[in-house]
Design a binder for this molecule. Structure first.
Ligand SMILES: [Zn+2]
Length: 131
């Protein structure tokens, strides 16, 4: 696993590495993708997997990009996170295990879920075929 870790360090910027591999959290309202409202797909910054659709993005006021659901079943895995004296549900990319953020059950209809994601965990892929 040590070599794997070195590989991620070489491939990711220090900022992205801190979030994706060390489960860091970017400061609220600091992310580049917070105010992105164009049509497109949000991909994992670690492996490029499609994770979220811009259609499911909403303004949560939390300071982090927020989505009501993942783009597809199985693209995101969850794990109970008890760090920082809280019990939260961590969300990770199912393909590479990269840390994305957390999911909460206080989101808007129809899902009632709020996927709270670090901008640094994502790469925005604008849709070329937007209608
Ligand atoms: Zn990934």
């Amino acid at each position: 696993m040590a070599s794997m870790d070195k590989d991620w360090k070489a491939r990711l910027s220090p900022e992205r590495y801190q979030i994706l591999r060390l489960k860091g959290t970017e400061p609220a309202f600091s992310g580049d993708l917070l105010d992105v409202h164009d049509d497109g797909i949000f991909r994992c910054a670690g492996c490029g997997a499609q994770l979220f659709d811009s259609e499911d993005k909403f303004e949560s006021g939390s300071g982090w990009p927020s989505f009501t659901r993942a783009i597809d079943e199985g693209v995101i895995v969850t794990e109970i996170d008890t760090s920082h004296a809280m019990t939260r549900t961590e969300i990770m990319c199912a393909s590479c295990g990269g840390h994305l953020g957390h999911v909460f059950d206080d989101g808007p209809a129809p899902t009632g879920m709020r996927y709270c994601v670090n901008s640094l965990s994502l790469i925005f892929d604008p849709s070329s075929a937007s209608s």
